[in-house]
Design a protein around this ligand. Sequence first.
Ligand code: FBP
Length: 306
Amino acid sequence: MTPRVREILSWYRTENTGVLTNISRLLCSGNLAGTGKLVILPVDQGFEHGPARSFAVNSAGYDPTYHFELAKEAGCNAYAAPLGFLAAGAADYAGEVPLILKLNNSDSLYSGDDPYPAITGSVDEALRLGCSAIGFTIYPGSALRGEMYGELREIFEEARSKGLATVLWSYPRGSGISKEGETAIDVVAYAAQIAAQLGAHIIKVKPPTEYIEQAAAKKVYEKQGIGIGTLAERIGHVVDSAFSGRRIVIFSGGAAKGEDAVLDEIRGIAAGGGFGSIVGRNAFQRSKEDAISLLAQIQNIYREAA
Ligand code: FBP
C-alpha cells in the first residue's frame, strides 16, 4: 500500500471491503505495484477477431497458458480474458497474477451495423476462478446500447455486492456514429463519462483523435477553447470527463505496430495523466522476449510519470 493507492481507493469509498481490496490488488500487483498506474494484458481477440488474425503471427498464443506466463513474466497488473481462456489456466496460475473475467464478447462473423455482445460468463464463474474483477464491453452508438446498459446494470450490481471490481470497455461504434467518430475526442470523452456514470471502477477507452464528431459538441470545444491538439491534451480531457480524474481510465493498445509508434503513444497517454494501458495485440503478437521488453519500456514510462 502506498499513499497514491490509498488516495485512489478514497475515490471509491462507498464500495464494500471486497471491492476496495480487489481494486487495491490490481493496483498493488506486478512491476507497477503501488504507483497508481496499470498495464493489463487483454486476450479476448481470439473471440473478437478470430484465431488466425490473433495468434498466427506468434503461434505460441494459441495456447491459453502462454498468456498467463506472459502476463506474469512481464509483471502486468492483471490478465483479462473470456471464460474459456481463463478457465484453462486459472488453477495452474492461482494467485500468480490478478485475473479479470470478460463477461460479454462479440465475434467478427456478424457484420451488421449495430453490434451487441453476448453474455459469455457470470459473476459466480469469476469468483470460482479467483478473479479480482469482471470486465464488460458496451458499444455506445449502437442501436442496441440500451440492452447493453441494462445488462451491465444488473451484472455490475451483482459483482459489486459480491466484492468484485468492475472494468468497462467503453467502445463507441454502431449506426449512431461514423467510423472516424469511433475515436473522435468528443465521442471518447463521452464514452468515458457514460462508463463512469454506469458505475465502472476502471474505464477502458481507445486513444482519441483530434476529430470532433458531433456538431453540437464542436461548437463547445471551439467556444471554450478546449485543447485537443496533442495526444496529451486529449488524454487529459478524457480523464477529466471521467469525474475529474477520480476514476481510473486506461487506454487500449490497438493493432500491432512498431515499437517506436507504441512508445510514442504511451508517452502521450502518460503525459496526459492516463492511468495506464491495456495492451493485447502489441504484446502477444510479438515473440515473448520482445513483448516482455516492450511491456517493460511501457511500464518505465508510466513509472516515471507516476
Ligand atoms: P488490443 O491492445 O489488442 O487493441 O486489445 C485491447 C482490446 O480492447 C481487446 O480487449 C479487444 O479484443 C480489442 O481491443 C478490440 O478491438 P476492436 O474491437 O477495435 O477490434
